[in-house]
Design a protein around this ligand. Structure first.
Ligand SMILES: NC(=O)c1ccc[n+]([C@@H]2O[C@H](COP(=O)([O-])OP(=O)(O)OC[C@H]3O[C@@H](n4cnc5c(N)ncnc54)[C@H](O)[C@@H]3O)[C@@H](O)[C@H]2O)c1
Ligand SMILES: [Zn+2]
Length: 380
């Protein structure tokens, strides 16, 4: 335990990732306070803390958007993991105020407390996201490292899925995305994650509060809200399969992503808490490897022993990136982070968890969500 750090606040600690951070903190002997508003889209209408919530943590149902909820939030707190956010890329494009309010303003409220109240906070770790990059890195055989813009709708309508070099127009090859890649968020969600990251790093640096941003790649694992159709694809596919429906894959299914197990994410957070020379920077947290969405669907179907076959829809979502997977050299160097759970092994954790859930938690809302996106012109 780093000296002087005993009491830790986890915002969004009742959520998927936050709850694993809480478990690890408790395991290592910290006192944990959870601050979470039990967002209905994630936790359902019952508004009770989830069963998986660690009973050794202190739970406070509070909302980062509500000023009165924040007053005593930093009393006796030595470190903060800021995980609370509204999470949903597509949805953020038609619930703009909600996303800016929860993520950007919610974080502003937290930072106002840090700047204007007396406190003992010695470390702030904020959850950022790979979505802030927009498209990943690419190389061109003639031009070297390039950062192409999103594909145009016209290109996508021709089913030409791959990116072209912005300089010479040749097909570009995906490469690992490092932290120097210029940020080009392509959704309101991604913009609000960028705000969260940059606001925390700026205020941390200005006031000498060691702050670290972790840019999570695609996180999967038990406890991911299956009833929230706007989050992780592994959860969405699971929910489809369990309801006897085919997983729907956009484009041709060859999009490359970096899937990292939630326990590795929690571990990275603890490393950030303990690190001495890593502050005031953002780090990619992924595995440094990739799988295509088509192969991911295949893998999950295999694990579920299902004979359903996925649909390759050739549809696309506006703002979607083609390939993005992490270069994790910086996290390896400064946080001594190395992911431990291989995808094939990690995905096996999903099955017993999904099977153990009550029926209402496995409602497949994919089609409703898809219809909503279509109505708004966000899928083609
Ligand atoms: N899941 C991923 O693949 C992924 C990838 C990149 C980044 N992230 C980031 O990781 C963090 C955790 O995501 P998650 O997947 O665990 O999502 P989640 O929805 O399971 O957890 C978020 C938690 O925050 C709470 N919350 C939301 N708004 C709040 C508010 N205004 N006040 C208090 N609590 C609030 C919710 O009730 C929920 O429990 C988020 O910041 C998210 O942007 C997630
Ligand atoms: Zn080129």
């Amino acid at each position: 335990m780093p000296s002087g750090i005993e009491n830790v606040l986890v915002t969004g600690g009742a959520g998927f990732i936050g709850s694993y951070i809480v478990d690890l903190l408790i395991e290592e002997g910290y006192n944990v306070i959870i601050f979470d508003n039990l967002e209905e889209q994630v936790h359902g209408s019952r508004q009770t803390p989830p069963e998986y919530l660690n009973s050794s943590a202190t739970f406070q149902k509070r909302d980062l958007r509500v000023q009165e909820d924040l007053n005593e939030m930093l009393d006796d707190v030595d470190a903060i993991f800021h995980q609370a956010a509204a999470v949903g890329v597509g949805q953020s494009m038609y619930q703009i105020t909600k996303y800016v309010h929860s993520n950007t303003l919610g974080t502003a409220n937290l930072l106002d407390m840090l700047v204007n109240k007396e406190h003992n906070v010695k470390k702030l770790v904020v959850a950022s996201s790979m979505s802030i990059y927009g498209e990943g890195r690419y190389t061109c055989e003639d031009c070297g490292l390039v950062s192409p813009e999103l594909r145009s709708n016209e290109q996508m309508k021709r089913n030409e899925w791959e990116l072209r070099c912005p300089k010479c127009n040749k097909i570009a090859t995906p490469a690992p995305t490092d932290e120097k890649k210029p940020l080009k968020p392509t959704s309101i969600y991604a913009m609000s994650k960028r705000h969260q990251e940059e606001m925390c790093l700026l205020i941390g640096k200005t006031y000498g509060i060691p702050t670290i941003a972790l840019r999570y790649f695609n996180v999967y694992g038990p406890r991911q809200a299956l009833s929230n159709p706007y989050t992780g694809v592994a959860a969405i596919f699971s929910s489809r399969i369990l309801n006897g429906n085919q997983p729907i894959i956009y484009e041709d299914g060859n999009m490359k992503r970096d899937f990292v197990h939630v326990k590795d994410i929690a571990k990275a957070n603890l490393l950030a808490l303990k690190s001495m020379n890593a502050a005031y920077r953002a780090y990619n947290i992924g595995t440094g490897t990739y799988i295509t969405i088509k192969d991911l669907a295949k893998l999950i179907l295999e694990i579920y022993n299902s004979d359903i076959s996925p649909v390759i829809s050739k549809k696309f979502r506006i703002g979607d990136v083609r390939h993005c997977y992490a270069d994790i050299s910086l996290a390896r160097k400064y946080l001594e982070f190395s992911p431990e759970i291989e995808l094939k092994e990690g995905l096996k954790d999903l099955l017993p968890w999904v099977k153990g859930l009550e029926k209402e938690k496995v409602i497949d809302k994919f089609e409703t969500a898809e219809a909503e996106l279509k109505k708004k012109g966000l899928t083609i």
